[in-house]
Design a protein around this ligand. Structure first.
Ligand code: COA
Ligand code: ZN
Length: 310
């Protein structure tokens, strides 16, 4: 990514999307879905999670999915990441040969308890331990997803101080990091997204080993508007899920991620390069619609192809 206006989209349907689907998706189907996304040109894919299989049974086969894709990913310079909720998950992922990790914790105490069953301070302790382990691992890359950055389903609007507190504690760990600013509930509003993203990006602009991503949900129909506000605030990395799948099972009322095809369609028509093939992405997204139990979202997928991929 050399063009400063260009964006990088991280496809998260295989993790955030599939975790919201109850009937178990056969491992082979997951692998095919990921391959179709790689065909569409994604250079980053979140392929699953090393979470408790009791909490999210759907993602119990993440190691197999990752292993089946690893060779193709290396050949095509695609990064395959996995979400981890604690040190145990991080160690399991590293043992499975996965070094591109997404550690999740929440800015709000109540959601952190609901999601990962520990305090924010305890999650930060877990992360510190994982960072210490990761330091010696070749190819270790760390994304820290801060959930409920803007809004918590239990506590309402999140104070910005809670977000800054986490950012500061993580930076003290002295390890290169990309922060994912997550609108877990989809109840953030564009003014808030734009101002907080802008402040954080600017405040830490001199930190060379810090990156920023925006992870939005479309629950209230604001996913795209929020992504564009994040872009205006300086964010250039976006998480999105094909077919608008997604949703945190531990955030009541939260629904799908902003649909990747909507983001790609919009950025493309604003002359913001994404390096993705929208036609192939629409094929991959349309295939996901047929997964039993899938609740899809988004807009452009249902429209005539000639009007989308002009
Ligand atoms: N992966 C697999 N097993 C794990 C694990 C992990 N990351 N972390 C803990 N465990 C196991 C422990 O080994 C223990 O097993 P045992 O009962 O056989 O001894 C058991 O789970 C309980 O361990 P504990 O540390 O007490 O965990 P918990 O029950 O408090 O659950 C989490 C904590 C984080 C593991 C669980 O809440 C979880 O996986 N949440 C998923 C969060 C998520 O993915 N949310 C959506 C995305 S944001
Ligand atoms: Zn999410």
């Amino acid at each position: 990514m050399t063009n400063s206006s260009a964006v990088e989209i991280v496809e998260v349907a295989p993790r955030d999307g599939f975790q919201a689907i109850k009937p178990f998706i056969p491992t082979e189907t997951k692998i095919s879905a990921c391959k179709a996304l790689i065909e569409a040109g994604f250079k980053r894919l979140e392929v699953g999670a090393f979470v408790s299989p009791k909490a999210i049974p759907q993602l119990a086969d993440t190691a197999e999915v990752h292993a089946a894709l690893a060779e193709q990913a290396v050949a095509r310079s695609v990064r395959l990441s996995t979400l981890v909720p604690n040190t145990t998950g991080g160690r399991r992922a590293l043992d499975a040969g996965i070094s591109d990790l997404v550690f999740v914790l929440s800015a709000s105490e109540a959601h952190n308890q609901s999601n990962v069953r520990r305090s924010v301070a305890a999650s930060l302790e877990d992360l510190r331990e994982l960072a210490d382990v990761g330091r010696d691992v070749q190819g270790f890359r760390l994304r820290v997803n801060i959930a409920t950055v803007f809004d918590c389903p239990f506590e309402g609007r999140t104070p910005e101080a809670a977000v800054r507190h986490i950012v500061e504690r993580v930076l003290e760990m002295g390890i290169p990091v990309e922060f994912g600013l997550c609108d877990t509930t989809g109840r953030a509003f564009p003014d808030h997204v734009g101002s907080l993203c802008g402040e954080l990006v600017q405040h830490y602009a001199s930190e060379r080993s810090v990156g920023w991503a925006f992870h939005g949900h479309d629950t209230f129909g604001l996913g795209l508007a929020n992504a564009l506000s994040a872009y205006a605030g300086g964010i250039r990395i976006f998480d999105a899920a094909a077919a608008g799948l997604g949703g945190c099972p531990f955030a009541p009322g939260a629904s799908g991620n902003t649909a990747t095809e909507d983001l790609v369609f919009t950025f493309g028509n604003m002359n913001i390069p994404t390096d993705l093939d929208l036609d192939k992405l629409l094929d991959a997204a349309t295939a996901m619609e047929t997964l039993p139990g899938a609740q899809t979202g988004g807009h452009v997928r249902g429209l005539p192809r000639a009007r989308i991929c002009a």
